[in-house]
Design a protein. Structure first.
Length: 249
C-alpha cells in the first residue's frame, strides 16, 4: 500500500475515521490492482499506517464485506470479491424526512411517542433476549399537511442507550450517530400488502380493510449487531416503495 494514501485520513475531521478508511479501501478496490486475488493490506498494517485502532479498521472492512465487495479468506486475509451475486441494496441511506424534503413535501408529525415496553415473543426472538426484557420503543406518525400516511414503530436493542431526552422530530439516524456514534449500515427488509385493522385505520385515517404497504426491517451496525427492529405502515394511495437491483460484475 502506497504511503501517499495516508493523506486521505484526517484525524481532525468530523467524518468518522472508519468512514475515511472505508473510502480509501474503495479507492484500492477501484484501482483493479486487487482483482486477481491479491490480498489487501491487513488490519495491523492499516492501523499502523493510519494511526488508528484495529477495531476502527475492522469496522471499515466489515462495511465492505457486508456490501459484498470484499471477502475474507480464513487464515489468509481479505480479497476483492470475485462472485457475480445479485445484491438488493439501497443506493443511498436516507431518512424518510430528508427524502420527503428532497421531493418538496412538507412533513407534519401527527404523533411522536417514546416509551419503555416489555419484549413479547417476537421481539425476544429478534433481539435474542428473554421474553419480558424491557426495551425502548419509538412510535411516529407522519404525513403531509392534509393527512397522515405512514406509521413507524421502532424497538431498540437493549444494548442501545437511547433515552427520551432527544428531539425525535429529527431523523432517527442522525440522533443515533450524533448522540451515540451508532451508525446504521445495513437493513434486512420484508415488504408485503396488508389490510388496515381498526387501530391502523384510525391512525392513518382510512377505512378498515383498506390495503396498506407493510414494511418490516432489522437494522444493523457495521459489525452486524442489531440496532433496531422497525415496522412501517404506509397508505398505498400516498406512498410507493422502490428497490433498485444492482448486479456486481
Amino acid at each position: 500500500m502506497k504511503p501517499k494514501l495516508v493523506k486521505y485520513i484526517d484525524h481532525s475531521s468530523e467524518v468518522p475515521l472508519h468512514k475515511q478508511i472505508e473510502k480509501v479501501l474503495r479507492m484500492l478496490i477501484n484501482t483493479g490492482d486487487y482483482d486477481l486475488g491479491r490480498l489487501l493490506p491487513s488490519e495491523i498494517e492499516l492501523s499502523n499506517m493510519f494511526g488508528v485502532s484495529r477495531s476502527t479498521v475492522r469496522q471499515a472492512f466489515n462495511t465492505l464485506v457486508n456490501e459484498g465487495l470484499l471477502e475474507r479468506k480464513r487464515g489468509k486475509g481479505t480479497v476483492v470479491a470475485q462472485n457475480g451475486n445479485i445484491i438488493t441494496q439501497l443506493n443511498e441511506w436516507i431518512s424518510f424526512s430528508k427524502e420527503m424534503k428532497r421531493k418538496g413535501i412538507r412533513i407534519k408529525n401527527y404523533e411522536v411517542r417514546f416509551q419503555e415496553v416489555e419484549c413479547d415473543e417476537e421481539l425476544a426472538k429478534v433481539f435474542e433476549v428473554p421474553v419480558g426484557k424491557k426495551v425502548k420503543k419509538l412510535t411516529r406518525v407522519k404525513g403531509d399537511e392534509s393527512v397522515p400516511f405512514v406509521k413507524f414503530e421502532s424497538w431498540f436493542h437493549p444494548r442501545i442507550p437511547i433515552s427520551d431526552n432527544h428531539d425525535f422530530l429529527k431523523p432517527l439516524n442522525d440522533i443515533l450517530e450524533e448522540a451515540y456514534s451508532i451508525i446504521p449500515m445495513r437493513s434486512s427488509e420484508e415488504v408485503q400488502a396488508i389490510q388496515a385493522n381498526d387501530e391502523l385505520a384510525e391512525v392513518l385515517q382510512v377505512k378498515k380493510g383498506m390495503p396498506l404497504l407493510y414494511r418490516k426491517r432489522i437494522v444493523y451496525d457495521a459489525g452486524m449487531r442489531i440496532i433496531e427492529y422497525n415496522k412501517c405502515y404506509y397508505r398505498h394511495d400516498k406512498m410507493k416503495y422502490k428497490i433498485d437491483i444492482v448486479r456486481s460484475v
